[in-house]
Design a protein around this ligand. Structure first.
Ligand code: PDD
Length: 282
């Protein structure tokens, strides 16, 4: 099947889509991104991702390349051209192209805008989630503004590769004080022995996950107590359940951490209930 990408106003065959060698995203990681999930042709949490995109741009003083209505038209067109029923849409905005110099170029260049889309096999994603995920822990090597969704993902890449090498699906990153921050590409949750849901508060050490926010609202609506505070790896090992949330995994139960089973080693009932509720609500 032919794939298409959007680059600075043009829809191009995927193989011909490219950005300039002096793009600041390429040279400095001076760029932000967003990922939307698509199910049955519908974008999930469209507005939440748009709002976070705006925040990421403004935190880095990258001018907004287009308004939300125009951007959503491009998002829908890239879905249409790639015939996405179930899949993911990726958007990246960099500060633009300029002669290499670390500080912001003056005058500001036009931001580079790239969109791609890929299909996912929803049935196999479901089957994988139903089996639960094994994860590992890794030191959190990242910077102080993980709340901005930048493309500076090298520590995440290394953590996820360590997970892959260990036959695991995700890596939970642990800060210098022994607290879990988040996964390489997901937010981290546990359910304690009293049935309380615990996930780190929205600080600069984690991405403010859109799925995290939706799932917290759903959980509270279902009568769960959601406590937003840091938790340790030891607490995770002693938890009744653990799970992760993200646009690509929704709510996925974690059954093993560093090869030790969580609870009885099978996906927990809270994670399963929240996964179903999240998908029903979309
Ligand atoms: N990852 N934390 C990190 C480090 C992430 O990269 C992501 C998302 C999340 C969850 O955020 P959200 O619920 O808004 O997807 C948390 C996306 C899916 C990715 O990089 O592909």
């Amino acid at each position: 099947m032919s794939r298409y990408a959007y680059v600075n106003g043009r829809y191009l065959p995927h193989s011909q889509a490219a950005v300039h060698v002096e793009d600041r995203g390429f040279q400095f990681g001076d760029a932000i991104y967003e990922v939307w999930s698509v199910r049955r042709g519908q974008l999930l949490d469209a507005e939440g991702h748009l709002n976070r995109l705006q925040r990421s741009l403004s935190e880095l003083s990258i001018p907004s390349p287009m308004g939300p209505t125009a951007l959503m038209m491009v998002v829908r067109e890239i879905m249409r051209r790639n015939r996405i029923k179930d899949g993911l849409v990726y958007l990246q905005v960099s500060r633009g192209v300029a002669k290499r110099d670390h500080a912001f170029p003056d005058p500001a260049p036009r931001p580079t805008v790239v969109l791609t889309a890929k299909r996912v096999d929803a049935a196999s994603v479901e089957a994988k989630a139903n089996a639960g995920a094994s994860i590992i822990s890794q030191p959190d090597l990242r910077w102080g503004r993980c709340d901005i969704k930048t493309v500076n993902l090298l520590p995440n890449v290394l953590a996820k590769q360590a997970a892959r090498d260990a036959g695991a699906a995700e890596a939970w990153m642990v800060d210098a004080d022994g607290f879990v921050t988040e996964g390489g590409s997901s937010n981290a949750w546990i359910v304690d022995q009293d049935g309380r849901l615990i996930t780190r508060q929205l600080d600069n050490a984690i991405l403010h996950g859109i799925t995290r926010g939706c799932v917290a609202d759903i959980a509270r609506g279902l009568g769960y107590e959601v406590v937003e505070r840091p938790f340790t790896l030891e607490e995770a090992h002693a938890a009744r359940e653990a799970f992760m949330t993200s646009a690509s995994t929704f709510v996925t139960a974690i059954t093993r951490i560093d090869d030790k089973p969580i609870g009885n080693g099978a996906p927990g009932s809270v994670a399963t209930e929240l996964r179903n509720a999240y998908q029903t609500q979309q």
